[in-house]
Design a protein around this ligand. Sequence first.
Ligand code: HEC
Length: 136
Amino acid sequence: MKSAILAILATLALGAAASAHALTAAEYQAGLAAAAKAAEPAFAGFSAQRGEAFYRSTHGGDWSCATCHTDSPTQSGSHAVTRKAVKPLAPTANPERFTRADKIEKWFKRNCNDVLKRECTPREQGDFIAYLLSVK
Ligand code: HEC
């Protein structure tokens, strides 16, 4: 009985450690892969090439992701309207990127609505991250 309680406590401690630890882009992407598979049964993995095309496209509007995040996601950019500096998006250049789920979700939502006038799909988000992880 005592050992069962200890085992449960150990599991809880591990769970707490896991939720406190900073996320990585690859971990966030793994969650997107599950969502993409659920949305599109034919989903066969993310593509950095598709992600780059997505990054550079204006999707029929005025802005692309590159408008504020620059042609190269390893560079600092600036906001198209406010001119406020935006640090590099690529995790190689900015290790803080894709380490906080709340921040990632907030900005995907806002920026996808600004650029595509809708939310990005899980596949689009995963392709986008695949591209950011591919740039050195
Ligand atoms: C109008 C300017 C603008 C455009 C266009 C834009 N972004 Fe951003 N983006 C920002 C700003 C500002 C931030 C938040 C400041 C920061 O984190 O440096 C940000 C942050 C992000 C983040 C947060 C990443 C993290 O973990 O810190 C993601 C994801 C993101 N943008 C995705 C996109 C995608 C996808 C597109 C294209 C569909 C896009 N952005 C287009 C301005 C823009």
